[in-house]
Design a protein around this ligand. Structure first.
Ligand code: NAD
Length: 265
């Protein structure tokens, strides 16, 4: 029997190492038959991403810094050459903010870091989604990664929460734009995962442990579980779903207050 993604080709952006959420997604998609291309930011990360890509049968590994639009265009030019101008899915798992502003008060965010954070963590998805959609047929799908700090105040998440709120709104507007072509756009709102980006937020370990103690499943999620949800959102299994923010967070988002026994302990 054919695998869910047999014969489908997709671009995965945002693998930094084997702890990256994008890597959990890529492994799962490859297991289900997808052919993948990867991007990496800078030569140091490239050295890690190339062997990971090879391990899932990909030798299409391209540099890309989303702050530089020419490098985004170069990725699509290389994809066009390799895949003849067609693409079936996109995974966008990219975010950045100055670590010095992922602590303290949101009110103290600087103009410069606000713009940079929103450009890398939000607008890059719009620019890349537009280019991806131009190459997709009906049945194409895209996924980006967000976090519950978009909806509720999380200590230290600050400007990244504002960027994620804008990213989630972008998902809905892009779903509206591309829906008539049969292209779907969704986001996964993941619970905390120990990654390079995750470690940039002050008190990350406390947040991780707090969510583990209070989430209905009493644990955090794995990158493979996030991969499973991405597989669903990128495959025909979710053919009727677009513009959705899908929580993969052990149920933490439904909780209104900490468990009294945790607080008393
Ligand atoms: P990660 O550090 O493994 O991945 C972040 C990626 O963003 C890296 O590959 C990095 O190279 C890339 N990136 C940053 N700036 C870039 C730029 N200018 N150009 C190109 N790439 C750039 O961390 P992760 O946690 O796997 O993050 C992936 C996504 O998941 C992010 O959007 C993050 O906000 C989101 N997310 C993370 C968590 C968590 O707890 N780790 C939870 C929910 C959502």
């Amino acid at each position: 029997m054919d695998k869910l993604l047999s014969g489908r080709r997709g671009l995965v952006m945002g693998v930094a190492n084997d702890h990256s959420i994008a890597w959990g997604i890529a492994k799962t998609l490859a297991q289900h038959g997808a052919e993948l291309a990867f991007t990496y930011q800078g030569e140091a990360l490239g050295k890690r991403v190339v062997p990971l890509a090879r391990s899932v049968g990909s030798d299409l590994v391209l540099p890309c810094d989303v702050e530089d639009l020419a490098s985004v265009d170069a990725v699509f030019a290389a994809l066009d050459e390799a895949w003849g101008g067609s693409l079936d899915f996109l995974v966008h798992a990219i975010a950045f903010s100055d670590k010095n502003e992922l602590k303290g008060r949101y009110a103290d965010t600087t103009r410069e870091n606000f713009s940079r954070t929103l450009l890398i963590s939000c607008f890059s998805f719009t620019e890349i989604a537009k280019r991806a959609a131009e190459r997709m047929q009906a049945g194409g799908a895209m996924v980006t990664l967000t976090y519950g700090g978009s909806m509720r105040v999380m200590p230290n998440y600050n400007v990244m929460g504002v960027a994620k709120a804008a990213l989630e709104a972008s998902v809905r507007y892009l779903a509206g734009d591309f829906g008539p072509q049969g292209i779907r756009v969704n986001a996964i709102s993941a619970g905390p995962v120990r990654t390079l980006a995750g470690a940039g937020v002050a008190d990350a370990r406390f947040m991780y442990n707090f969510q583990r103690a209070n989430a209905p499943l009493r644990r955090t999620v794995t990158i493979e579980e996030i991969g499973g949800s991405a597989l669903y959102l990128l495959s025909p299994l979710s053919g009727g779903v677009t513009g959705e923010i899908h929580y993969v967070d052990s149920g933490y988002n439904i909780i209104s207050m900490p468990r009294p026994d945790v607080l008393k302990a």
